[in-house]
Design a protein around this ligand. Structure first.
Ligand code: FES
Length: 337
């Protein structure tokens, strides 16, 4: 059920644009099958910042191949303890604890045409998907890649090399907010032209995702073929997960023989609500990888976000991860065993 953390060694730290690094990791454990991955997945790693271990997820940009070093893109974010610590302090030879690759942001129909939208460091999984789509024989791959400015653009040389070897199958439109403002709806809608039968993949900050979703809707793109990565969990290592508008709820927590009532804000993760209320709920990684916060649903309904820890049988048995669940009914009861 739960995965275990392993040690990997930093083998490379390469600047990417003016505020990001490409972090390469190696080690014997990469030969184990659990470290195989599909393009678009992410790695969860820990950094010790001021004696506290913090876990964050970063999308993998390297090609898959057992035993090969794994590279992830790490970008500075305002208040991002782990991302900023890695950008400032990561050096070859250091060890990092990591969980095996996970995630479902992978090609749904390999070989089909794909329409890709990346905002900022959302380029990491989108780049991996573009390379995989081309390798799988996609006739057309179109990418819209937005950045603040030219200086902060990441994976530029990699994209240029990919395009040079794609025999005209890869189109990329670069957008710089500093020059044109935020991506205009018309520019986002325009991307859909001629790609209506393909699959769309989106990754970027929440306002970017909202704008792209709105553009796809305007263009009449089939919503069943839209795939999106939860940017905050898998890419930038920010502290929260966007509010998805779930109801406000009262959470009753059974823990060590006592019941505690915890108000949950709209869209708030259950673990966050408990910690905010001062309840010492068990937890470690906070990103759905370590199973420390597993508990059982006793009453009410929850929305479970993606995690690699629980399988369908666990969910059917009522298990949930408090760090990856939101209230989906006005009253929810959970129990820690
Ligand atoms: S799975 Fe690690 S804290 Fe929730």
């Amino acid at each position: 059920m739960a995965t275990r953390a392993h040690s990997l060694t930093i083998t490379g730290v390469e600047p990417q644009g003016s505020d990001a690094i490409l972090l390469s990791l190696g080690g014997e454990v990469l030969h184990q099958s659990q470290f195989g991955f599909r393009p678009g997945q992410y790695l969860t790693l820990a950094a010790k910042v001021q004696d506290d271990e913090h876990w964050r997820c970063y999308s993998i940009t390297s090609e898959s191949g057992l035993g090969q070093p794994i590279s992830v893109l790490v970008r500075r974010v305002a208040g991002g303890r782990v991302s900023n610590w890695l950008c400032d302090h990561a050096r070859p030879g250091q060890q990092l604890r990591v969980f095996p690759p996970a995630g479902h942001f992978t090609l749904a129909r390999p070989g089909q045409a794909v329409l890709l939208y990346a905002g900022g460091s959302g380029i990491a999984p989108v780049y991996a998907l573009a390379r995989e789509a081309l390798a799988q024989g996609a006739a057309r791959v179109r990418m819209f890649y937005a950045n603040r400015d030219r200086a902060t653009t990441m994976l530029l040389a990699e994209l240029q090399a990919l395009q040079a070897g794609a025999s005209g199958r890869l189109e990329i439109e670069y957008w710089y907010d500093a020059e044109k403002g935020l991506p205009e709806p018309a520019a986002l809608v325009e991307q859909v032209h001629g790609m209506e039968s393909g699959d769309a993949y989106l990754c970027g900050p929440e306002p970017f995702m909202r704008a792209v979703n709105s553009a796809l809707d305007t263009a009449g793109f089939d919503s069943r073929r839209i795939h999106q990565e939860d940017f905050s969990a898998a890419v930038d290592g920010s502290e929260g997960v966007p509010d998805c508008g779930g109801p406000e709820a009262m959470l009753t927590v059974q823990m060590k023989g006592k019941a505690h009532n915890v108000p949950v804000q709209s869209g708030e993760l259950l673990l966050a609500a408990m910690l905010r209320a001062g309840l010492p709920a068990p937890h470690a990684c906070r990103v759905g990888e370590c199973a420390s916060c597993m508990c059982r649903l006793q009453a009410g309904e929850v929305q479970r976000l993606e995690s690699s820890v629980l399988d369908a049988d666990d969910v059917a048995d009522g298990w949930l991860l408090a760090c990856r669940s939101r209230a989906a009914s006005p009253e929810v009861q959970i129990r820690f065993s």
